[in-house]
Design a protein around this ligand. Structure first.
Ligand code: SAM
Length: 286
């Protein structure tokens, strides 16, 4: 194809020309390796006709690989300098794909579905090399607000990848694991070394794959279920009877809801699936 991906020299040149000094607070580590971005695009399973949203496109490394698949990309970038340069980068490196690319200058946490609309459609996939400090909230916010999303492939700090993909009973199973599971089947999809980035970060990265699935069946709303989840993990060493006392109104009310949902009140939250949390919230609601 006529698309050329960014290598180490391209990234440095672009950064120098734009006078970009990568900031840690915005998690700016740019991928300088074509194999890595191609691998991400391949694992995302996207192609011609798909509308993909990319969060934090930076200098465009991953963006170009996504365009290479034939997909249409609507990117969300918080840094004005980077957002402004992206159309020119796409025009230079992927001239035939320019009409399939647009960028929204915004904090991804503030974006709503209508801003991501292209030709009357909203994205069905999210692909991103996420800024590490906001990866989880950005992901959960998007999943909540863009209900057309069916799949995702994100690169995050390895530790965050483990937490997102954790199963009940795993040591790192917690709030992000349960909330992500509300929307999708989540699994680890490989590791990424530090050397593919500039500047080289001090943590390893991991890939996480999201496959949309029907949300748990329950009479409780998502907000009600998530409040129960937050309460359970706020005091994760306590039994659910104790941890959910404040949420339910009293230890006895918590115990009643748990029993009605078929859960031993002496269990801890780290053993419950998202469906079980939904059952507890529904039982409490009555
Ligand atoms: N995707 C590029 C790549 O792979 O080379 C850059 C990835 S870099 C880890 C993260 C990018 O996210 C940066 O461009 C940064 O400016 C942007 N960013 C940070 N916080 C953001 C936010 N809240 N909303 C949107 N973009 C953000």
């Amino acid at each position: 194809s006529s698309i050329s991906l960014l290598g180490p020299a391209d990234v440095r040149q672009l950064a120098e020309r734009l006078d970009v000094r990568p900031t840690k607070t915005l998690g700016q580590n740019f991928v300088v390796d074509a194999n890595t971005v191609r691998r991400i695009a391949r694992l995302a399973g996207i192609g011609e006709g798909d509308l993909v949203t990319e969060i934090g496109p930076g200098l465009g490394s991953l963006t170009l690989a996504l365009l290479e698949t034939g997909a249409t990309v609507v990117a969300v970038e918080i840094d004005p300098k980077l957002a402004a340069e992206l159309p020119a980068t796409v025009a230079a490196k992927a001239p035939d794909a320019s009409s399939r690319f647009s960028v929204v200058l915004s904090d991804a946490l503030l974006v709503h579905a209508p801003q991501l609309e292209v030709d009357g459609r909203t994205p069905t996939a999210v692909v991103a090399n996420l800024p590490y400090n906001v990866a989880v909230p950005v992901l959960l916010t998007l999943l909540e607000r863009v209900d057309t999303l069916r799949s995702g492939l994100v690169m995050v700090q390895a530790e965050v990848a483990d937490r997102l993909a954790a199963r009940p009973g795993d040591k790192v199973y917690g709030v992000p694991s349960v909330k992500a599971a509300w929307y999708a089947d989540v699994r680890r999809a490989g590791a990424v070394g530090r050397q593919v980035f500039w500047p080289v970060p001090n943590v390893e990265s991991g890939l996480v794959q999201f496959t949309g699935r029907p949300q748990p069946e329950t009479t409780a709303t998502r907000e009600e279920v998530f409040a129960c989840v937050d309460a359970a993990f706020a005091q994760r060493r306590k039994t659910l009877r104790a941890a959910l006392a404040g949420w339910a109104g009293s230890p006895d009310a918590a115990e009643a809801a748990l029993r009605q949902a078929g859960i031993d009140p002496k269990t801890r939250g780290e053993r419950l699936t998202v469906q079980q949390f939904a059952d507890v919230a529904a039982a409490h609601k009555g």
